[in-house]
Design a protein around this ligand. Structure first.
Ligand SMILES: Cc1cc2nc3c(=O)[nH]c(=O)nc-3n(C[C@H](O)[C@H](O)[C@H](O)COP(=O)(O)OP(=O)(O)OC[C@H]3O[C@@H](n4cnc5c(N)ncnc54)[C@H](O)[C@@H]3O)c2cc1C
Ligand code: FES
Length: 283
């Protein structure tokens, strides 16, 4: 893991309350793999005190060498509001790469990604890796599948971010929105179910959506993994603030999302409706 203070190259608006932040960190960019994440912390302040986790959106190449990392974030609270006010040339504390890459899906003819809310962010680099148009973490590009579909659901059209990036990456897009202002009206898992059985599935988004996806995967009998966005305090396995319940051979166990995840086999993941209050993570 690398811990350093890095320069903001760009902080560009993408959609309502959504920005793409480009960070000059070649060492992290050379090592990070799709599915992994970074912790970002504002320097010279204790408010907020803790860093916040953000998925790799993509790495930026210069002369075929990774020189920067893009993350895409939605403004929801204290840290992300301050991030939105940052300009090129300012600095941020970064540590990463953190967590595990996406689980191996083998070489199926097609992989279906399912995103809700800001859950599309880990999928751009992953789609490129699966289609073999980019290699990550020092690996050369290698196609694992012929087709990647993204089912992407948002509350309303103004919140949809990165659609052009996914199209340019060769991803087949299926869009849904709660209010019908983009794609079909309803939940993205309803759209997926209406299109019929496909697999394997990879989901990222609000936990109720992931739970619906896990149930659909079980009904269809297809492999499914979920990328969790559990609130985190340290990101490196020390504080146990990020645990989730996972089935084991002798019952269940708590797993730390930051080091054992953030991706878990949906068949093992135990969705917890009574998760600890997010009040714990407010400083
Ligand atoms: C592995 C991982 C990858 C992530 N990747 C991204 C990403 O690419 N883009 C992105 O925008 N966000 C991502 N997140 C979520 C992001 O970390 C939170 O949105 C961020 O921590 C909010 O910080 P804040 O200080 O702005 O909000 P706070 O002031 O801490 O909280 C504001 C509100 O949001 C709630 N909240 C905070 N964090 C979460 C959370 N994780 N889940 C649900 N509610 C939460 C709080 O309870 C509160 O109501 C990721 C989370 C994880 C664990
Ligand atoms: S965030 Fe501290 S153990 Fe996972």
């Amino acid at each position: 893991m690398i811990h350093q203070t890095v320069r903001v190259v760009e902080n560009a608006p993408m959609a309502e309350r959504t920005y793409r932040l480009r960070l000059a960190c070649p060492e992290v960019a050379a090592r990070i793999r799709p599915g992994q994440f970074l912790m970002l912390r504002l320097p010279r302040t204790t408010d907020p005190l803790l860093g916040r986790p953000f998925a790799l959106y993509d790495t930026v190449l210069e002369n075929d060498k990774p020189v920067a990392i893009d993350v895409v974030y939605l403004v929801v609270g204290k840290m992300t509001a301050q991030l939105a006010a940052m300009s090129a040339g300012e600095t941020l504390e970064v540590w990463g790469p953190l967590g595990q890459p996406f689980l191996d899906v083998g070489c199926p003819p097609r992989v279906t990604l399912v995103a809700g809310g800001i859950g599309q962010t880990p999928f751009l680099a992953y789609a490129r890796e699966l289609l073999g148009t980019r290699g990550y973490g020092g690996d050369p590009p290698r196609a694992r599948t012929a087709a990647v579909a993204l089912y992407y659901g948002v509350r309303t059209a103004q919140l949809a971010a990165g659609i052009d990036d996914f199209r340019a990456a060769g991803v087949e897009l299926h869009l849904a929105s709660d209010d019908g202002s983009l794609g079909s009206q309803g939940y993205v898992t309803q759209l997926l179910e209406a299109h019929g059985k496909t697999g394997p599935l990879v989901g990222c988004g609000p936990e109720p959506m992931l739970h619906a996806l896990a149930q659909l995967a079980r009904k269809w009998g297809v492999p499914c993994q979920v990328a969790l966005e559990t609130p985190m305090a340290c990101g490196i396995g020390i504080c146990f603030s990020c645990v989730t319940k996972v089935r084991t051979t002798d019952g269940w166990d708590y797993k730390r999302v930051c080091v054992d995840g953030p991706c878990f086999d949906a068949a093992q993941w135990m969705w917890d409706e009574s998760a600890p209050s997010e009040e714990l993570f407010k400083n």
